[in-house]
Write a protein that binds this ligand. Structure first.
Ligand code: PMV
Ligand code: MG
Length: 332
């Protein structure tokens, strides 16, 4: 058997971050085609290498490799086996989604989970639908006690611009404690994932602040401030943003994203750092809209630019402000 290669993408929130932590809310999340790679091939025993670390391991307990190892355990359970009874393999992971030791913040931990599942499935010649991939990856993170919405996994599993309606994670976590993996997968979790195809000619930009932020800490810090009014208004704006993208309504996209951005700014001072604030402000001088993305506190911001002629100017402004263009996509 030859070496099999698979990849998994990054993601960024366009709208609905923080609100999406509450079941039933909607977020828009865009795939970012900066990929992690895995190669897997037969070996005498399980061997795991990640370019994040200077050493490789097997299945013996290792803090750094625990996410990869737990993903393998969930896969083994899905196959009704113990990890030692899986056909043994060597798994190599690369593509750290970082530069000079600073992470981009485009979803590397979610991406690793999806990547490992894709590699294991290909190795067993099993085809996993994006939906099953999403549920298996969510299972791994829920069982680990992750405090995220799992929206990142939905986007990365589909490798698409999606609209995600969140599910009751507490309910699924309680359920999985007393039920088998298969029973948990068979349960109706109550989420909705829809791939969206914007009909709006524009440039999508990702600006990187070079300030690493840790989502789980920001969630802890901000969570108490999320109230029903924030949820109600954010959801309305997110749904109208989605509608505006689908209908090619430029004014609607600008208005709703600015509104969501204001709501985030008011939610907690931890979200908009100086650089993210600048990223947004600089875009607002042109026919464009920009905001922080995801948990904020650094990492990346996003922009939609509707006039190609201003691109050069905006990118210069960003550069002067110390914001690096990480990714650009023509959405027309
Ligand atoms: O900063 P990111 O890309 O990890 O996004 C976090 C988005 C939150 O809504 C704040 C948390 C979540 O898991 O949805
Ligand atoms: Mg982030």
């Amino acid at each position: 058997m030859m070496t099999i290669k698979v990849t998994s993408c990054g993601k960024l929130y366009v709208a609905g971050e923080y609100a999406i932590l509450t079941p039933g809310q909607t977020a828009l999340i865009k795939n970012i085609p900066i990929y992690m790679q895995a190669s897997i091939r037969p070996a005498s025993h399980i061997q795991l290498h990640s370019d994040m670390f200077e050493y490789s391991v097997g299945m013996e307990e290792d803090e750094n490799y625990s996410l990869i190892q737990e993903t393998i355990k969930v896969w083994a359970r899905y196959r009704d086996r113990n990890p030692v009874d899986l056909p043994p393999f060597e798994l190599k992971i690369s593509g750290k989604m970082e530069e000079d030791g600073l992470k981009y913040g485009i979803g590397s931990s979610g991406s690793v989970t999806i990547l490992v599942l894709k590699a294991l499935a290909s190795f067993s010649e099993i085809e996993l639908s994006p939906d099953l991939l999403f549920r298996l990856a969510s299972y791994v993170l829920l069982a680990r006690g992750d405090n995220g919405s799992m929206g990142d996994l939905a986007c990365i599993a589909y490798d698409a611009f999606i609209s995600f309606q969140s599910f009751d994670r507490k309910r699924v976590r309680l359920y999985l404690e007393t039920h088998s993996l298969q029973e948990t997968l068979d349960l109706d979790w109550g989420y909705q994932i829809e791939v969206i195809h914007p009909q709006l000619p524009c440039q999508f930009l990702v600006g990187w602040t070079r300030q690493p932020a840790i989502s789980k800490d920001l969630i802890r810090q901000v969570q108490a401030a999320i109230d029903s009014e924030f949820l109600r208004v954010t959801n309305l704006a997110t749904l109208s943003c989605k509608e505006a993208f689908l209908k090619g309504n430029r004014v609607g996209v600008k208005k709703s994203l600015n509104h969501i951005s204001d709501l985030l700014e008011n939610l907690s001072p931890a979200i908009y750092t100086q650089k993210l604030y600048q990223l947004r402000f600089l875009a607002s001088q042109y026919d464009a809209v920009a905001k922080s993305s995801g948990a904020g506190g650094g990492d990346c911001g996003i922009a939609f630019v509707f006039d190609k002629d201003v691109l050069e100017h905006l990118l210069q402004d960003w550069q002067q402000a110390g914001i690096k263009l990480l990714y650009q996509e023509d959405l027309s």
